[in-house]
Design a protein around this ligand. Structure first.
Ligand code: NAD
Ligand code: DAU
Length: 358
């Protein structure tokens, strides 16, 4: 059996591919266009693994995707592929509309055509799992109840609007065409291979480099943090037991203010890798101009997935952040390669034409 994973060279996707291959004997076809966020070095340990088939390409490619589906006959598609950074979406929303909305539309069309031609029982067993975000629900005030699956969609950034649009397409392809879809809406992930444009890896990397730790606005915005490997286990569980047409919220029950996150990381680094001058890393914190339209608070009510599918996170924030800081300290080469752009050369050297073959 085979599954097709899209966006499997990004942060969560690469963790998912590694996790999947370690937990099952199925093959993974990994389709990723290798945008700036796609890094095959994350998957270096799979280089000689015949169950990992990497294909460089776009989910919106209406020739490539049908050909891949016909060739590999996957029993499921797990769609991680998207532009994912809110700040980039504010500076350049066009890429988000193209990849997240048009790309998902075209992927759905390719999958619908493949699925429509499947015979029973493969047709009823097939699943299209769409990985989405809690940001589609908008922003909460202090004291508001956490987002449930029935919360209204109120996306505020170009990124979250593009993800909301893709969720609506996925829903419609189920309602209208009967495609067996599952959607997960997850909170902020953190852990290994997180690209250092996002808060947690940026703070770790900047702290070690002696740079400022930029905190937007007053630093009191709240996110609900989930260790990435817990997200992977949740997706596995939804794929296995989720009901087609349903959405499942995934969260870590870890609401934290940004400033507290930054201070926690500084404290861990103070113990694990003290500054040469003996001063605390927190001295590097700098309050900077706020993100336009910055959502104040996200919080996920993850009781449905626990009640119906028996999933809950294994890590607390304390255990997860300690593992994450330790991972970055022991993977300084990965950080250096990402920062220098060297991972792009590495792809060409290690994979050659395999990374560009359709
Ligand atoms: P990421 O930016 O690290 O990785 C995205 C990957 O998708 C990259 O490898 C990129 O090359 C690939 N990609 C982008 N557009 C593509 C296209 N058109 N065709 C093929 N590949 C394409 O993102 P991430 O943080 O790993 O997020 C993965 C998914 O999870 C996204 O859909 C995101 O919206 C969602 N999500 C992320 C978080 C989080 O905290 N990071 C939380 C909830 C949901
Ligand atoms: O909630 C899920 C979402 O989490 C995902 O859908 C997105 O793909 C993912 O990028 C993430 O979005 P955020 O905007 O919450 O993540 P980011 O790491 O960019 O920012 C986290 C918080 O930290 C946010 O309130 C903005 C703030 N921040 C971020 C950066 C990069 C800072 O204060 N300083 C910074 O330098």
């Amino acid at each position: 059996m085979t599954i097709l994973v899209t966006g499997g060279a990004g942060f969560i996707g690469s963790n998912y591919v590694l996790d999947w291959l370690a937990q099952s004997d199925e093959t993974v076809v990994n389709l990723d266009k290798l945008s700036y966020a796609g890094n095959l070095q994350n998957l270096a340990s799979l280089q000689d693994n015949p169950r990992h088939v990497f294909v460089k390409g776009d989910i919106g490619d209406a020739s490539l995707v049908p050909a891949l589906l016909a060739q590999h006959q996957p029993r499921a598609v797990v769609n991680f592929a998207a532009e994912s950074h809110v700040d980039r979406s504010i500076h350049g929303p066009g890429e988000f509309v193209q990849n997240n909305i048009v790309g998902t539309f075209q992927l759905l069309e390719s999958v619908r055509s493949y699925w429509g031609a499947l015979a029973a029982p493969a047709k009823s067993d097939f699943r299209f799992l769409h990985v989405s975000t809690d940001e589609v629900y908008g922003s909460l005030h202090k004291g508001d109840p956490a987002f449930t699956e029935t919360h209204t969609y109120e996306p505020n950034s170009p990124y979250s609007a593009s993800k909301a649009a893709s969720d609506h397409l996925v829903r419609a392809w189920h309602h209208t065409y009967g495609l067996p879809v599952l959607t997960t809406n997850c909170s902020n992930n953190y852990g290994p291979y997180h690209f250092p444009e996002k808060l947690i890896p940026l703070v770790i990397v900047n702290a070690l480099a002696g740079k400022t730790l930029p905190v937007y606005g007053d630093g009191q915005q709240i996110r609900d943090w989930l260790y990435v490997k817990d997200h992977c286990s949740a997706i596995r569980r939804v794929l296995e037991g989720g009901k087609p047409g349903e959405t499942y919220n995934v969260g870590g029950w870890n609401e934290k203010a940004n400033l507290d996150i930054v201070r926690t990381i500084c404290g861990l680094l103070d113990s694990l890798k003290p500054r040469a001058d003996g001063k605390p890393y927190a001295d590097q914190i700098a309050f900077v101009t706020d993100r336009p339209g910055h959502d104040r608070r996200y919080a996920i009510d993850a009781r449905k997935i626990e009640r119906e599918l028996g999933w809950k996170p294994a890590e607390s924030f304390e255990t997860g952040i300690a593992k994450t800081v330790a991972w970055y300290l022991s993977n300084q080469d990965w950080v250096a390669n990402v920062q220098s752009g060297g991972y792009r050369d590495w792809v060409a050297t290690q994979y050659g034409s395999a990374a560009t073959a359709a």
